[in-house]
Ligand binder design. Sequence first.
Ligand code: UDP
Length: 343
Amino acid sequence: MKKILVTGGAGYIGSHTVVELTEAGYTPIILDNFSNSEERALEGIAAILGKEVPCYRTDCTDAVALREVFEQEPGIAGVIHFAAYKAVGESVAEPLKYYSNNLGSMLTLLQVMEEYKVNKLVFSSSCTVYGIPEKLPVTEQTPVQKANSPYGNTKKICEEILTDLADSGSNMRTIALRYFNPIGAHPSARIGELPLGVPNNLVPFITQTAAGIRQELTIFGDDYDTADGTCVRDYVHVVDLAKAHVVAIERLLSGKAANIEFFNVGTGTGNTVLEAVKAFERATGKKLNYKIGPRRPGDVPKIFADVTKATVELGFKTTSTLEEAMQSAWDWQLHLEETSTKA
Ligand code: UDP
């Protein structure tokens, strides 16, 4: 039962990964400062697994506290590093907050991992590193471009730091997973996305609108050069994405990985915003109230992944359709409604 430290393990992708790691026979240890996650994620994980997962309420930028976790948990075999801020708009308004937290947490983690001779790392990266790609789908060879936001830049800089480390002759082995658009929730509806305030992302906005929490969804622009004029994204079920972390850790532990490797994690299919809305309506039988609004500044018109590399080298596969992902997102929304009414 190999111990895997999961920073940000109470967050959206982190909590699903903790479940999948456990089901694959690993012992995850959660580290989270709960700045953008809630205690109920731990309750949901425990409900799914029938047992509690150890959790340290620790800030990853705090080297002293991080060392304490490594002291308390000897024998950590690898780390999956999710802990980071992720709101694009906020990062534009507060860039220093993003640079200091996202770079600081990774640098502190790397330093402490080195001290404790833990040298396997899965890093949460993002397709944002591709900017506005010239050719689609994007492969891992698609050139990385200037980031569109401080948030995107923190992902790009973290990848660069990890590459420099790999080139330095360090024995750190890293896999950076470049996520496309994670959506949906665990089929049990016990864990899912918990946006703070008004959601920035499409799917929580859709489910909150269908639940009557928001009046209507605004689709940001219908004059793009796409099939129906709305932006194209690659929506990947969060459980499939979580499983990609398990196979990435397996690859690192097997000793097969190069010093640093990058993998796209998406479905390989692009869908427009309107197609996503229709998929939600078909899956749930609910009619969504929406209108077309102006473009959102900074939006990439069209992006989707080539996932050949992850398929061939990691054995990654997607198991859910867009409808299934939407259904699971809705089930989670209903669970939230139910539990908040009871509270
Ligand atoms: N989107 C939208 N209305 C919303 C939120 C998002 O039309 O209220 C669109 C957005 O313009 C993009 C897609 O949905 O084309 C996915 O946006 P999201 O913020 O979820 O992810 P992004 O790909 O921008 O990181």
